[in-house]
Design a protein around this ligand. Structure first.
Ligand code: ZN
Length: 81
């Protein structure tokens, strides 16, 4: 994603990652810019937010960053074998 204007497909990926606070400042800028001119993605985003709030309501356990890193490292190690 090297350009400022992103496709709807990219916006959907960013929308999902945004639910986990996983966007850097450039990604967040592109994502907001896309939402400025794409009502379709705005409605997808609303659905994503609703989904996330429902998951949070269920009280599902979230992994800490350390736990995520540990899982990523295990996956990487397993792939190298
Ligand atoms: Zn879009």
């Amino acid at each position: 994603m090297g350009r400022i204007f992103i496709t709807c497909e990219d916006a959907n990926i960013l929308s999902t990652r945004n639910q986990y606070d996983d966007l850097d400042s450039k990604e967040r800028f592109r994502y907001k810019l896309h939402h400025g001119h794409c009502p379709q993605c705005r409605s997808i985003d609303k659905r994503n937010a609703l989904f996330t709030s429902k998951l949070n309501f269920l009280g599902w356990k979230r992994l800490s960053d350390a736990q995520k890193k540990s899982i990523k490292a295990s996956v990487r190690a397993a792939l190298k074998k």
